[in-house]
Design a protein around this ligand. Structure first.
Ligand SMILES: [Zn+2]
Length: 307
């Protein structure tokens, strides 16, 4: 693999163009004039500082567990920032708690998902001090970037208007877009990443689209040569196919990123095994979504240079 030196501002398209993607216009051809060719991942070494941007606990493992392990093995640093703590999972609440939804239970579920995230990423070599939770509202991130930039958003799931989790990086910060952007910028300063893996703004989940937008805009403001690559989890109807655990099978490109050729990262069998163990650490999610989650345990992970 060889790096192409691109500054963040040249590597990402205009934020305005991404806004259309985040608003849901994500199908069809790319909305920017960026070339649709695959671009290699930068070399992974002891100098690598990888930051994985995860909208919810489990996304970082689904997208990137193989690459995370490889960076650790190369002597580099891996950090994960979770934008939300996954406190809007009503189906989980009903199935696991056997009771109707209630704000206190949503916060309990978030606490459980954060513990799972610590266990999963610990297995992948991420130390506790690089496991960074922002605690913004699940299912509310896109609202923060649009209608709630300066007025606090109220989570319909937890009832919170500010980060309610004591072990979040900035507990008590208000649920506004401006606060989220400041907190995310603080994470970039703290981590000093050389490579950022962010969700694609074409993802069908609004939190994922918003997190992709947030990362793209923040990286465009960042001086230096940090590189940005995109992954997708909610990639279109039926994807990934087939569902369930199929060891050794490569991941196919998602329908939602049609027109973009991602770089292919090949996992070694031991990396694939450890990815499976990390996915299984998400007990709350495995109970309801196992066939979908296991479909990401494949011999490859895909990272696109264009959103
Ligand atoms: Zn997610």
């Amino acid at each position: 693999m060889h790096a192409r030196k691109l500054t963040a501002s040249r590597a990402v398209p205009a934020v305005a163009a991404l806004a259309a993607l985040a608003a849901g216009n994500a199908g069809g051809a790319p909305a920017t004039a960026a070339p649709a060719s695959a671009q290699d991942l930068p070399p992974l070494s002891a100098a690598t500082s990888l930051l994985v941007v995860a909208p919810h606990p489990d996304d970082e493992t689904l997208c990137c567990a193989g690459l995370m392990q490889r960076v650790v093995r190369a002597g580099g640093r891996v950090s994960v920032v979770w934008i939300t703590s996954g406190d809007a999972s009503e189906l989980d609440m009903l199935l696991i708690e056997h009771r109707v939804f209630a704000p206190a239970k949503a916060r309990d579920l978030a606490a459980r998902r954060m513990r799972e995230a610590r266990a999963a990423t610990g297995m992948l070599g991420v130390p506790a001090e690089r496991q960074l939770f922002l605690g913004y509202p699940d299912r509310g991130v896109l609202k923060l970037l649009t209608s709630n930039r300066s007025t606090a958003y109220t989570s319909g799931f937890t009832g919170a208007t500010a980060v309610p989790y004591s072990d979040a990086l900035f507990a008590g910060h208000p649920y506004t877009g401006e606060s989220l952007e400041r907190d995310f910028a603080a994470v970039l300063t703290r981590v000093a990443p050389t490579l950022v893996l962010a969700p694609s703004p074409r993802d069908t989940h609004p939190d994922h689209r918003a997190a992709g937008l947030l990362a793209t805009a923040a990286m465009a403001r960042l001086a230096g040569g940090a590189q940005l690559r995109y992954w997708i989890v909610h990639g279109g109807e039926g994807w990934p196919s087939p569902r369930g655990l199929e060891p050794g099978l490569p991941l196919t490109p998602a329908p939602r990123i049609r027109g973009v050729t991602p770089a292919v990262f090949a996992l070694e069998p031991a990396e694939e095994d450890r990815k499976l163990a990390a996915v299984r650490a998400y007990d709350t999610q495995m109970r309801t979504l196992a066939p979908f989650l296991l479909a990401f345990v494949r011999s490859t992970e895909l990272f696109a240079a264009n959103p």
